[in-house]
Write a protein that binds this ligand. Structure first.
Ligand code: ATP
Length: 524
């Protein structure tokens, strides 16, 4: 299926099955703002728990906080956001569409990268087992030609961004003959800088209202509380502070569903270390974070690291973890070594000392910081896009030998069981003969441990399909025999295999399948 169609299907599925709705839909929606539906909120909460547990529960030296969205406006002067949190924007005069100029160029570079990947595929096909990728990349003339192009454009872009040279950015677009992806037109305006922060007023005008911002990241709430947490928690270096919360950015281009939203959630952790040890900790967190992603069990080849070519002036190392979304590899998480920039800036702007006293050396210093910063909504999208499948299925049979009425194709969301919104569906085979009562009795016990859903409407096959479509890992069917032998049929979402088990064993069987502990054990 073409990538575009696949992405459209995903968006339609997310809406049809109560995962994501356009915000204010009955008023024709609000651009790049989304609401999470009844299943979406459960998946989101489970991702948050998985992240929080991996940070706060599993690490003695990491604690969590929850800071306000509104902050003192001076904070954004200290952090550099008021002067430098800009994106270069460009408009196409014919289509009237607006783009991020740097992204147009990066997408253009990606085209050369795709050509290299095609050459590798051809090479692999031609040389079979004798194929040596490294040697091929160093010698194949087509690869080398494309590489030169990439390096040339990349280095021009990095230089232009570093120098804030907007004319040069436009010149690259002209020289590369980049056309509007929608209309094909090359009729561009000049490039302008655009600040992404939302402004609002604190207090009424009569009181002398002051301009404040909706925070564009959660990290600053951590930095300005560094000393509060360090002192009250008696934290010793190295230690971390984690936070999950909303962030707001007035994004120029917002056309990729929940990938780029104007209101979104971040999960950030700032790890405070002794100066000089930051490179070591940077490597440590890089490894830990990729492990966290891979433990979920989505295809490993969908993740890759991307080293930043253009480092912020205060950073001494930065990598992204990229994920292959339906529209290509894009940033999912950033891991940054930020030196003492943020704390030093807040020290300077607030006039308050933000230092750490090291009892061993008897010295005071501003700690260095290694940050891990991941988008909750992008993680959600990565899971949904890798887990939505359309499958051919053979008609299956119930344990008693009867055809269960399953049709021959199904749409299934193979979400990692620990993160699935509904863990267990409780299905009486028919709506009579005491089966609904028995089903309710089982559910009333299991709902203390798992989010369960009761469903007695339609054929059992259709009910399985509904549960597949929302990603429920386990379904149990209560039939007439259940009343005699206290056993139910449990069906596995992914294999569709069915097994007859004792009701008394259900809690253990389901827990074994959906426990978060299993995910965490893969990391720790
Ligand atoms: P991008 O280059 O895609 O704009 P960024 O480098 O500005 O992202 P960071 O400032 O490093 O992003 O933010 C950390 C994380 O927050 C990102 O890796 C991403 O997962 C998430 N994020 C950032 N902007 C958005 C957005 N507009 N919508 C959803 N998630 C976002």
């Amino acid at each position: 299926m073409a990538q575009d169609d696949q992405f459209k299907k995903l968006i339609a599925h997310a809406k049809e099955y109560g995962y994501i709705f356009q915000s204010s839909e009955i008023y024709d929606g609000l651009s790049a703002v989304y609401d999470y539906g009844q299943y979406g909120v459960e998946l989101k909460n489970n991702i948050k728990k998985y992240w929080w547990d991996a940070m706060v529960k599993m690490n003695e030296n990491i604690v969590g906080i929850d800071t306000a969205i509104f902050m003192h406006p001076e904070i954004w002067n200290a952090s550099g956001h008021t002067s430098a949190f800009n994106d270069p924007l460009i408009d196409n005069k014919d289509s009237k569409k607006r783009y991020r100029a740097d992204e147009l160029i990066e997408d253009h570079i990606q085209k050369y990268q795709s050509k290299i990947e095609k050459e590798i595929k051809k090479g692999r096909k031609k040389f079979g087992d004798d194929f040596e990728e490294k040697q091929f990349l160093e010698t194949n003339p087509n690869v080398l030609r494309n590489k030169v192009k990439i390096d040339e454009i990349q280095s021009r872009l990095v230089k232009a961004l570093e120098a804030d040279d907007l004319n040069e950015i436009k010149q690259i677009i002209i020289d590369c003959e980049i056309a509007d992806p929608v209309s094909g037109s090359k009729n561009w305006t000049d490039v302008r800088q655009f600040n992404l922060m939302f402004e609002t007023q604190l207090g009424s005008t009569a009181d002398g209202a002051s301009k404040i911002y909706l925070r564009p990241e959660t990290a600053q709430g951590i930095f300005v509380n560094y000393l509060n947490v360090q002192k009250t928690g008696r934290m010793k270096l190295p230690f971390g502070i984690a936070q999950i919360g909303k962030a707001f950015r007035n994004e120029i281009v917002a056309r990729q569903f929940i990938f780029r939203m104007r209101e979104f959630e971040q999960m950030e952790m700032q790890f405070f270390v002794k100066p000089g040890t930051e490179k070591e900790w940077f490597e440590y967190w890089k490894e830990m974070r990729i492990k966290w992603h891979k433990a979920m069990g989505l295809p490993e080849e969908k993740y890759r690291f991307h080293k930043h070519d253009k480092l912020a002036h205060y950073a001494n190392a930065a990598y992204d973890i990229e994920f292959e979304f339906p529209f290509g590899f894009k940033e999912l998480e950033g891991i940054h070594s930020r030196t003492d920039f943020d704390l030093s800036q807040h020290q300077k702007f607030s006039g308050k000392k933000l230092q750490y006293f090291d009892h061993e050396s008897g010295e005071s210093f501003v700690p260095y910081v290694v940050e891990t910063s991941i988008g909750l909504d992008r993680t959600f999208l990565s899971i949904l896009s890798a887990c939505l499948k359309e499958e051919e299925v053979k008609p299956a049979r119930l344990a008693g030998g009867k055809d269960n009425g399953e049709t021959d194709t199904r749409v299934v969301l193979q979400i990692p069981p620990a993160l699935a919104p509904i863990k267990l569906a409780v299905l009486p085979l028919v709506k009579k003969d005491g089966l609904p009562e028995k089903a309710r009795e089982i559910m009333d016990e299991l709902k203390f441990d798992f989010i369960c859903q009761y469903d007695e409407k339609d054929s059992i096959g259709r009910r399985y399909r509904r549960q597949d479509a929302i990603g429920t890992p386990c379904c149990i069917t209560i039939d007439h025999k259940t009343l005699e032998d206290n056993k139910v049929t449990i069906r596995n979402r992914d294999t569709m295999e069915q097994e007859r088990v004792q009701i008394s064993e259900l809690a253990k069987i389901v827990d074994d399948k959906v426990s978060m502990k299993k995910l965490l054990k893969k990391i720790f």
